[in-house]
Design a protein around this ligand. Structure first.
Ligand code: IVH
Length: 714
């Protein structure tokens, strides 16, 4: 929505605020928790500004929204805000040689120097980290503050004290009342890679790039974590200074170096623009081999008196400019579009590219997200790129954002080969051939992702679906976990490719040349245990059976509702097949009327069962099982309702879990220990201390058979 806030209706404002609130929260999370921002600060600030502008006009609508409660710079993590004594400015950018000539000309012009007059310029590599202001009073570090919005930053002193490059005491060099040293906190490439290796080994998500990692590391609540991240600091400037040691940039850098700060050894001063440009090319060439990331070269007028005269615009000084390196882009040819099927059945298009180097990394694949992205039109009908849709054979411009994920920026329409045809997104799963559909989500919007309806029968989804099938929420088969599923899924002799295969495993094993007990990691007893555990689950409750099918939108609670309503597997299957046959019919109406069941569930069920292979797999599974009818909700009154019951000892007719569920269905509360509140103890053979304690407290104790008799389940 691009409506001006002042032109918005209240309903529009509400919708847009909710959208912005979610978007801002997402970027806060990416920035603070994941150290992986997707947008730059300017874009983020624009989101916030739009939120604030609308919120101001519609205060009652925005009151409860999260973004209304956090302020600025992607929220704060509880660091104290500190106003800088001198603003921390940003830098204007120069991209071309002409821009650099323009910068020097503008300096001359502003200072009214004759054209051609030499102006000494210092060139410093532009460190790609985050700027920091370190305040020393009488030679001791008293405070470290981030840049923040330039006026107000965050006090991160405790964390910065853990950075080895930041001296705590510079009294040997200076005891000035105030010296604010400014520079860049960064992480070396080596430390970054080592950290990622350690994270990967620990099974944790890896970080995107050194800069974001440095930023995230600095904003940790625990200074010990920051210290463990091995950050560095390089000085290139200053804020408030009681007395200058020199009146040139180079002199000041020399002074800071002597005081114990690292300064960049690649810093050089020039009087001639051509030499500046040559230096830029030289640094660009060695960029990849430097131990840290840089993203350009900063030029500063060396003479501090001239710097003072030049002053600053609102955000950037007139005496400095950042000469950026060429954007990391490359053109290449889109050779093919392949569809990958994920574990949820999502069809993800991937561009296969003629391999090309972008910023030192070879790129041969990039994600194309979904069919709208390929067509070049977003869900609001807006163009995603100027060049239109992407076709196999197109020449595309690839770039790497944040130095990590390669993306397609655009295509070069003039280079399209004649005869290149628009890409037709498949409507069948390339792996199993099942229909692939775009469903409506719960709020009725058509999903941009197309999904395979093959479910358990699609091998791309198969392993994952089977893992879910045996998981706790579903069949909960002891000794058959993710590892074992992967093992059998790929087994040549005893493959488990669909749920029914699990239950035919015993019979197949008996005929096998290499039975389970002869396999590595299995023995006779683990084989027996596994097959027994499987047999134990041949008796399964209807809701577990339904949830185990892993149908989208049909989770635990939906499965319970369906089971309770249809009672038996036959009735449920009949209803499912009826909604498949007629999505508007009476069966669909009946289902949609159930609590918390909407169109999305009904459509998803219909989609699942309209795939014959799913229907067949379900039938094969059902043939292996005894699916018990769902229990009716507890009668309002039962002989045990309201009682607190404890089960102890071994039970012969039911498992402990089953006993618990049964008692709860009958309105009793089940507790694990005996107390004065216990009303009834059900004790099987082997009961020990609980029986004794119940005795002492005079609590009624009955056997398992007596329990069944009492609740009338004889
Ligand atoms: S001078 C008033 N010098 O670049 C001038 N900045 O894009 C303020 N940076 O916020 C900055 N290396 O984080 C300066 N040698 C250098 C730099 C440098 C990296 C960063 C700094 C600043 C950003 C502006």
């Amino acid at each position: 929505m691009n409506v001006e806030p002042s032109a918005m209706s209240k309903a529009q404002a509400k919708e847009e605020l909710a959208r912005l609130d979610a978007e801002i929260a997402r970027h806060n999370r990416l920035y603070h928790d994941d150290d992986a921002p997707e947008i730059d600060d300017g874009t983020y600030d624009a989101l916030r500004r739009r939120f604030n502008a609308i919120a101001e006009l519609f205060p009652d609508v925005s009151e409860d929204l999260k973004a209304n409660k956090s302020v600025g710079a992607r929220g704060t993590r509880g660091f104290e805000e500190v106003r800088h004594s001198r603003r921390m400015l940003s830098l204007a950018n120069a991209f071309t040689d002409e821009d650099v000539h323009g910068f020097v000309e503008a300096v001359r012009k502003y200072l009214a120097l004759a054209p051609g007059t030499a102006v000494r310029i210092v060139a410093e590599p532009k460190m790609d980290g985050l700027s920091m202001s370190l305040r020393y009073e009488r030679g001791l570090l008293v405070r470290a503050v981030t840049r923040g919005d330039g006026d107000v930053g965050e006090d991160v002193t405790a964390n910065v004290r853990g950075i080895a490059d930041v001296p705590q005491d510079i009294r040997a060099a200076t005891t000035l009342p105030v010296l604010e040293v400014r520079g860049e906190v960064y992480m070396t490439k080596a430390n970054f890679f080592a950290l990622n290796e350690a994270l990967e080994a620990a099974g944790k998500p890896v970080k995107a790039n050194p800069r974001n990692t440095a930023a995230g590391s600095l904003r940790q609540r625990d200074p010990a974590v920051t210290a463990s991240r091995k950050l560095n600091f390089m000085a290139y400037g200053w804020g408030e200074v009681s007395e200058f040691a020199s009146r040139t940039q180079t002199g000041m850098l020399e002074f800071l170096g002597k005081a114990g700060f690292k300064t960049n050894s690649l810093t050089v001063a020039f009087d001639d623009v051509d030499l500046i440009l040559e230096n830029h090319r030289g640094i660009s060439a060695i960029r990849a081999s430097l131990p840290y990331d840089i993203d350009g070269v900063v030029y500063k007028v060396d003479d501090l008196d001239l710097q003072d005269r030049l002053g600053a615009l609102s955000n950037t000084p007139r005496w400095a400019v950042a000469h950026k390196f060429d954007a990391e882009e490359a053109t290449t040819v889109l050779r093919d579009i392949e569809i990958q099927v994920g574990r949820t059945g999502a069809l993800s298009p991937v561009a296969r590219l003629e391999p090309v180097t972008v910023g030192g990394v070879v790129v041969s694949n990039v994600t194309l997200h979904n069919e709208e992205y390929i067509a070049g039109i977003d869900p609001d009908g807006e163009a995603i790129r100027t060049g239109g849709d992407l076709r196999v054979g197109d020449t595309v411009i690839v770039y790497r954002s944040g130095d990590v994920i390669p993306k397609i920026k655009d295509l070069v329409p003039e280079k399209r080969p004649t005869g290149a045809r628009p890409y037709v997104f498949p409507t069948n799963c390339p792996v199993c051939g099942s229909d692939a559909v775009r469903e409506a989500n719960k709020s009725g919007k058509i999903d941009s992702v197309r999904r395979c309806t093959g479910g358990i029968t699609c091998s791309a989804q198969g392993v994952e679906k089977l893992k879910y099938f045996v998981s706790r929420e579903a069949f909960d088969i002891d000794g058959l976990g993710e590892k074992q599923i992967e093992y059998f899924f790929n087994d040549a002799e005893l493959p488990v490719r669909e749920p029914a295969d699990i239950f035919t495993l015993r019979a197949r094993n008996e005929q096998a040349v290499k039975p389970i007990n002869s396999r590595e990691g299995f023995g006779t007893s683990s084989e027996a245990k596994l097959l027994d555990a499987i047999d134990e689950r041949r008796d399964i409750k209807l809701d577990r059976f339904i949830v185990a099918l892993g149908i989208r939108h049909v989770g635990q609670s939906t499965s319970k509702t369906l089971a309770r309503h249809y009672r038996s597997l036959d009735a449920f299957l009949e209803a499912a097949h009826s909604v498949r046959a007629d999505a508007q019919g009476s069966a669909a109406t009946e289902m949609t009327a159930l609590p918390d069941i909407g169109k999305a569930v009904v459509e998803s069920l219909a989609g699942f069962f309209s795939n014959q292979r799913n229907a067949d797999a379900v039938a094969r599974l059902a043939a292996e099982l005894r699916v018990s009818d769902a229990e009716q909700p507890a009668a309002a009154q039962s002989p045990v309702s309201g009682l607190t019951v404890v089960f102890t000892g071994s039970l012969a007719r039911m498992s402990r879990d089953e006993a618990k569920a049964m008692a709860e269905n009958l309105g009793a509360k089940v507790s694990g220990s005996i107390s004065a509140k216990t009303n009834l103890l059900v004790a099987g053979p082997g009961a020990g201390s609980k029986l004794k304690k119940a005795d002492e407290l005079g609590i009624e104790t009955i056997s398992e058979d007596e329990w069944f008799a009492r609740v009338g389940a004889g």
